[in-house]
Design a protein around this ligand. Structure first.
Ligand code: S3P
Length: 168
C-alpha cells in the first residue's frame, strides 16, 4: 500500500480517522499537528502568536519533508497543508483522502476547542467562508473524498479502507 495522507478542513475528523485507518491497515501514524506541538514545545495557538503563521507553515513543510522518504505511513495533515503547492508536490505519490463535514457540524465539533488560531472568531459563517475559499484546492488533490457528517469514526474508516482497495 502506498502512503496515505488525510487532507481537509479543520474539524473534519482527520486526526481521529487517520488513527483508526492506520490501525486497521497495520500502518504507522504521523499526525503533523501533534508532531509540531511536541517539537515547538507550545500549542499551535501560541506558535501563531509568538512565531507567526509563516514560520509555522515552514515547520509544517519540514515535517512533511521528513515523512515522504518513509514507508507504510498514514499522515494526518493540518488543514492548511494543501494551500502550499510545495507541500502537495511532496505528497505526490501519497493517496490523498479528503474528509468533509458541513460548516454547522464543524462548528459543533470545534466551538469549545481553542487550539485552532484560525477559528478564534469561530462561527458557522466563518467556517463556511474558509470551506468556500479552500474547496477548489482540497478537491483538486483528493483521490478519495468521504463525508463525516453524522457518522461514526468506525463507519468512515471502514468506507475509506474499502475505497483504498482499488488503489492497490
Ligand atoms: C490549520 C489547521 C490546523 C492547524 C492550524 C492551521 C489550517 O490543523 O494546523 O491551526 O490552516 O487549516 P487541523 O486541520 O488538524 O485542525
Amino acid at each position: 500500500m502506498k502512503n496515505i495522507a488525510f487532507i481537509g478542513m479543520m474539524g473534519s475528523g482527520k486526526s481521529v480517522t487517520a488513527r483508526v485507518v492506520a490501525e486497521k491497515l497495520g500502518m504507522n501514524l504521523l499526525d503533523i499537528d501533534d508532531t509540531l506541538v511536541a517539537r515547538m514545545g507550545m500549542p499551535i495557538s501560541v506558535a501563531f502568536i509568538t512565531l507567526g503563521e509563516e514560520i509555522f507553515r515552514s515547520y509544517e513543510h519540514d515535517v512533511l519533508c521528513e515523512v515522504v522518504w518513509q514507508e507504510n505511513f498514514v499522515v494526518s495533515c493540518g488543514g492548511g497543508i494543501p494551500l502550499n503547492k510545495s507541500n502537495m508536490d511532496l505528497l505526490q505519490n501519497f493517496i490523498k483522502v479528503r474528509l468533509t463535514a458541513s460548516a454547522e457540524e464543524i462548528y459543533r465539533r470545534t466551538k469549545d476547542d481553542f487550539s485552532r488560531p484560525l477559528l478564534k472568531d469561530n462561527s458557522p459563517k466563518k467556517i463556511a467562508e474558509i470551506i468556500a475559499e479552500r474547496e477548489e484546492v482540497y478537491s483538486r488533490y483528493a483521490d478519495i473524498t468521504v463525508s463525516t457528517d453524522n457518522r461514526s469514526v468506525e463507519d468512515v474508516a471502514d468506507e475509506i479502507v474499502e475505497k483504498l482497495k482499488s488503489f492497490n
